[in-house]
Design a protein around this ligand. Structure first.
Ligand code: 0WD
Length: 256
């Protein structure tokens, strides 16, 4: 029996077979969770239906986190399938491409700041708010995905670094707020992984090379390794852990 046997997980952010959310979904399924998925637009629907089916799930619901109506509709529809659920996976981020390269000051704008923070950070609060009545009192867990650029100034990551700093603070306030109702909230800070979102970041190849050459484990991490850590954080083995950032980055964050 897997460590998530008997638990139900809502997984956002599966966009391709390289998505971190797909690595998480597969490990959660392997560990016995029952899954539901969201897709952000009609273009991705069929693809997500196939991923869901590979995890024995037929619950595939639309959710574009940029509107409250879409988030409300998600939980309304989900409640027709599940009365309660235990795990929320938040694996969503977006910023306009021009703000993710080159000179931070030249390329940031009020609009790119707002979009990055709305889609990449506020969406965590918004989804947690919608999930709250269905997750209350179940020793459940929320997990989100962050990156080292939240704490350190890194080339090209720019406005997304600000949004990830906000996301990590958001995660701590949610942990503080939802802890008394038995819901834990944590983040996995993943090393760079080549995904669709990563393709938007300037000189991403260089980030991968640097980690491979200098991280203590001398390698880049896989979505399965991130999935294993997220699965642990959402399992009862992590029942004493909330408000934490867990690094899954081959140790890169510890080096000077
Ligand atoms: O190196 C990396 N890939 C790292 C990613 C290192 C550390 C952290 N992360 C984070 C990302 O910032 C993000 O929070 O992991 C999370 C997942 O990103 P990913 O797996 O790297 O990227 P991807 O497969 O593109 O999934 C991100 C998804 C979107 O994909 P697309 O490619 O369609 O933008 O976020 C979702 C969407 O599925 N998304 C939305 N979902 C609902 N509403 C929205 C939206 N408005 N916008 C994006």
């Amino acid at each position: 029996m897997g460590i998530l046997a008997g638990k139900r997980a809502l997984v956002t952010g599966v966009a391709s077979d390289r998505s971190i959310a797909w690595g998480i979904a597969q490990t959660m399924r392997r560990e016995g969770a029952e899954l539901a998925f969201t897709y952000p637009n009609e273009r991705l629907k069929e693809r997500v239906v196939k991923f869901a089916s590979a995890c024995d799930s037929e619950i595939v619901l639309p959710c574009d986190v940029s509107t409250d109506e879409s988030i409300d509709a998600l939980f309304e529809e989900l409640s027709q399938h599940w009365e309660h659920f235990d795990i929320l996976v938040h694996s969503i981020a977006f910023a306009p491409k021009e703000a993710l390269e080159g000179d931070f000051l030249e390329n940031i704008s009020r609009e790119s700041f707002n979009i990055a923070h709305d889609i990449s950070s506020y969406s965590l609060s918004a989804l947690a708010k919608g999930a709250r009545p269905m997750m209350r009192g179940r020793n459940g867990a929320i997990v989100t995905l962050s990156y080292l650029g939240a704490e350190r100034a890194m080339p090209n990551y720019n406005v997304m670094g600000l949004a990830k700093a906000s996301l990590e603070a958001n995660m701590r306030y949610l942990a503080y707020t939802l802890g008394p109702e038995g819901t834990r909230v944590n983040a996995v800070s993943a090393g760079p992984i080549r995904t669709l979102a990563a393709a938007g970041i300037g000189d991403f190849r260089r980030m991968l090379e640097k980690v491979e050459q200098t991280a203590p484990l001398r390698k880049n991490v896989t979505t399965e390794e991130v999935g294993n850590a997220a699965t642990f954080l959402c399992s009862d083995f992590a029942s004493g852990i909330t408000g934490e950032v867990l690094y899954v980055d081959a140790g890169y964050n510890i080096i000077g």
